[in-house]
Design a protein around this ligand. Structure first.
Ligand code: CMC
Length: 342
C-alpha cells in the first residue's frame, strides 16, 4: 500500500519503518509472498527451503565466461536469470502451486549466487561456493567478498545495512518492473523468463538504474559549492535531477529517509566522511527550497541516497542496480503468484 501524497508505504499492513527496524529481509520476503509474518517454525522452513537452493549448475560458469571482462552486471544477471529456465523446464507448469513454490525457493536461493558470480566475473576472481550456515545476506557477502580465508565472517554493520536496503526495496505496487513481471507471466511464461524481463525493465535509469545515475551525477557535480549552479542548469535545460521525483510519491519517499540515516550510520562506523554524501545533502537542501521543485512536488526518492551507501559498503557503481533487483525479487515473485492464484 502506498499513499503518495502522505509519503506512506506499507507491506501487507506493516509500515516500512517498522519492518526496517524490527524485521529481517527473509521475514519480509515471507510476508510479501504469503501475506503474514512467519511463525518461528514457518520462518525456519522458509529459510531452509531457500538456502537449499543457493547452488547453480556448473554450466552456468560457462555462460558467465562468455561475457567480456567489462560486461555490465545487470545484463549478465538478466541473461543468466533467463538461462535458469533451461535448467528447470518443469517450471513451465505454472498452474501447479507446488511447482510455483519450488521455483520461488529456487529464485530466492539462486539469484544472489548469480549476482555474486556477475560481480566476481568483472573482478576476474574465482566464483565462491555458497555457505548455507550464514544468513541469507551474510552468504551473499561471502560469495561476493571471500578471498583466501577458510571461513568468511560478514561484518555485522554491513550485513545489517544490506538487509535493511533489501527490505526497503522488497515491493512497491505496480511499478515498471513489477508490471513487466505480470505482463510476461500472464502469457504463462515461466517465472525465470518473467523475472529476467522484470530485471530488464528495472535496468533503465528512470527506474532501478537511477541509483547508478545518481552517483554519476554527484561525481559530475564534484563539490558542494557547485550545487547551486548545477540546479540552475537542470532547470534551464529542463533536465532531470536523478534520484528525485516519483510517479506515485508527491511527498518525501519514506524509504529515502531511512537510507539517508543508514548512510550516515555506515559512513560513521566504517569508512569515514564521504564528500559525495555532503554533495547529496546539499543538493537535497537546495532543491527542496527551490520553487521549481516545490511546484512539481519533487522530493528525493529511494535511489537518491542508496548509491552513496552502496559505495561506502565497497560496491562498484555498476553493481547498484543488481542490488535493487535482489531486494525487489520477493515483490516480483509475490505479484506473480498473486496473479496466478487470481
Ligand atoms: N528532475 C527535474 N525535473 C523533474 C524530475 C526530476 N527528477 N522528475 C520530474 N520532473 C519534472 C518534469 O520535467 C515535469 O516538468 P513539467 O511539468 O514542467 O513538464 C514534471 O516534473 C512532472 O514530470 P513527469 O514526467 O510527469 O513525472 P513522473 O511522475 O511521470 O516521473 C519519474 C516520475 C521517476 C520517471 C521522474 O521523476 C524521473 O525521471 N526522475 C529521475 C529518475 C529517478 O530518480 N528514477 C527513480 C524513481 S524511484 C525508484 C524506482 O522506481 O526505481
Amino acid at each position: 500500500f502506498i499513499d503518495g501524497e502522505r509519503g506512506i508505504l506499507r507491506y501487507r499492513g506493516y509500515p516500512i519503518e517498522q519492518l526496517a527496524e524490527q524485521a529481517n529481509y527473509m521475514e519480509v520476503a515471507y510476508l510479501v509472498v504469503h501475506g503474514e509474518l512467519p511463525t518461528k517454525a514457518q520462518y525456519d522452513g522458509w529459510t531452509h527451503n531457500i538456502m537449499q537452493h543457493t547452488m547453480v549448475h556448473e554450466n552456468m560458469k560457462k555462460v558467465f565466461d562468455g561475457f567480456h571482462y567489462d560486461a555490465h552486471p545487470m545484463p549478465m544477471l538478466i541473461s543468466t536469470l533467463a538461462a535458469l529456465s533451461n535448467f528447470y523446464p518443469a517450471s513451465r507448469n505454472v498452474r501447479d502451486e507446488a511447482v510455483r513454490m519450488l521455483q520461488i525457493y529456487r529464485l530466492l536461493g539462486k539469484v544472489p549466487t548469480l549476482a555474486a558470480m556477475a560481480y566476481r566475473h568483472t573482478k576476474g576472481l574465482p566464483y565462491v561456493m555458497p555457505d548455507n550456515d550464514l544468513s541469507y545476506v551474510g552468504n551473499f557477502m561471502n560469495m561476493l567478498w571471500r578471498m583466501a580465508e577458510c571461513r568468511y565472517t560478514p561484518n555485522p554493520t554491513l550485513e545489517k545495512a544490506l538487509d535493511v536496503l533489501f527490505i526497503l526495496h522488497a515491493d512497491h505496487e505496480q511499478n515498471c518492473s513489477t508490471n513487466t513481471m505480470r505482463i510476461v507471466a500472464s502469457s504463462e511464461s515461466d517465472p525465470y523468463c518473467a523475472a529476467a524481463s522484470a530485471a530488464a525493465a528495472l535496468y533503465g535509469p528512470l527506474h532501478g538504474g537511477a541509483n547508478e545515475a545518481v552517483l554519476k551525477m554527484l561525481r559530475q557535480i564534484g563539490s558542494k559549492d557547485k550545487v547551486a549552479q548545477f540546479i540552475k542548469d537542470v532547470k534551464e535545460r529542463k533536465a532531470l535531477l536523478m534520484g528525485f521525483g516519483h510517479r506515485v510519491y508527491k511527498n518525501y519517499d519514506p524509504r529515502a529517509a531511512i537510507v539517508k540515516r543508514a548512510a550516515d550510520d555506515v559512513l560513521a562506523k566504517l569508512s569515514g566522511p564521504d564528500p559525495l554524501l555532503d554533495i547529496a545533502k546539499q543538493l537535497e537542501e537546495v532543491a527542496l527550497g527551490d520553487d521549481y521543485f516545490i511546484e512539481r512536488s519533487l522530493y528525493p526518492n529511494v535511489d537518491f541516497y542508496t548509491g552513496v551507501l552502496y559505495k561506502a559498503m565497497g560496491f562498484p557503481t555498476k553493481a547498484f542496480t543488481v542490488l535493487f533487483a535482489l531486494g525487489r525479487l520477493p515483490g516480483w515473485i509475490a505479484q506473480w503468484r498473486e496473479m496466478m492464484v487470481d
